[in-house]
Design a protein around this ligand. Structure first.
Ligand code: BDR
Ligand code: CA
Length: 313
């Protein structure tokens, strides 16, 4: 099988960090061309620092990390510090100080990567607010055929929202960007809360990762334990959904998931529904499908894969 070439756009973030580690551990199957950071769970200086820190921790200090947008396209910024802590990596000791960042390098990096790529060569994996990807879509429509597929974690339909009753964090944090990306015409796989709420970790899982044998695994195991303010009650004692690593699991073992092709739109104005992903399950709009929406995930299979990957770092 040819290695997939990916750009990982992220806002680390505890679960983003696990996704980065999974990719780094999967070099035989996935070539990580570079990481782009976006403001989201925490401000840009911290998402950029956290991405670099995780690469260093995992033994890949040479991975290209580029800072992107420091605020959403149109709305006021929101953060996810409740779930991720002020550092973005609550539970871990982060021994790297954040520095000054120059926003904007991410889009330049994406542009250049696509410019020299063949058609359908690059997979964009987006696990934060979609501001960087939306900037690329607006700036470089002629380069979009170079994108093989966009695989994103975001949105919610049947599961309901996690920041408002209808909206999931990544889409809520920049709904205008998400709407633009969904309309870009490239093949799209969306892993929403409908799927990630089926992937629930537990203290036993964290212990397994901690004992997997490597120093990165030992330290990253903290991210499988709930953060202080995590809403675990909804999922059972000490159980926590693991969102972003599902994108990497989908690339590595798509058979762990089921999808349906559906039309999806993003609400950019609603008073009560800003950032909602509106899925036309019954085809009532008559619009053609623009996404493969993941409806089912094998939670145990995804977590086994995550532990196996990170354990070999
Ligand atoms: C998404 O929001 C963020 O807080 C997580 O990193 C994940 O990407 C889940 O709603
Ligand atoms: Ca994220």
């Amino acid at each position: 099988m040819r290695r997939r070439r990916i750009i990982l756009d992220c806002d680390p973030g505890r679960d983003d960090a696990l996704a980065i580690a999974m990719v780094l551990a999967s070099a035989a199957e996935i070539e990580l061309v570079g990481i782009t950071a976006v403001a989201g769970n925490v401000p840009l200086a911290l998402t950029y620092r956290n991405a670099r820190f995780i690469c260093d921790l995992c033994g890949f200090p040479g991975v290209a990390v580029h800072a992107g947008a420091d605020k959403p396209l149109a709305r006021e910024p929101v953060t996810g510090t409740r779930a991720h802590g002020e550092s973005g990596l609550e539970g871990m000791e982060v021994d790297m100080r954040p520095g000054a960042v120059e926003p904007g390098g991410a889009t330049a990096f994406m542009n250049e990567t696509l410019r020299i790529a063949a058609d359908d060569e690059i997979t964009l994996v987006a696990i934060g607010p979609l501001t960087n990807v939306a900037a690329l879509v607006a700036e470089s429509p002629a380069l979009l055929p170079k994108i093989r597929q966009i695989v994103l974690m975001g949105g919610a339909s049947r599961a309901g929202g996690n920041v408002t009753p209808t909206a999931e964090f990544n889409v809520y944090a920049d709904p205008h960007a998400a709407a633009r990306v969904l309309d870009c015409g490239r093949p799209m796989t969306i892993i929403s809360l409908d799927a990630t709420h089926q992937v629930l970790t537990s203290p036993a899982r964290a212990e397994r990762l901690a004992r997997a044998g490597s120093e990165p695994a030992r330290r990253l195991a903290a991210l499988l334990r709930p953060a202080v303010h995590s809403r675990t009650a909804r999922f059972g004692p000490d159980r926590l959904p693991i969102h972003d690593p599902c994108t990497i699991a989908w690339l590595l073992q798509p058979e762990l998931f089921k999808t349906e092709s559906v039309p999806v739109a993003v609400e950019t104005e609603g008073t009560h529904t800003l950032g909602a992903t509106v899925v036309d399950w019954w085809g009532v709009t008559g619009k053609p499908p623009n996404a493969h929406w993941v409806t089912e995930a094998d939670g145990e299979g995804v977590l086994d894969l995550l532990i196996e990957c990170i354990g070999r770092l």
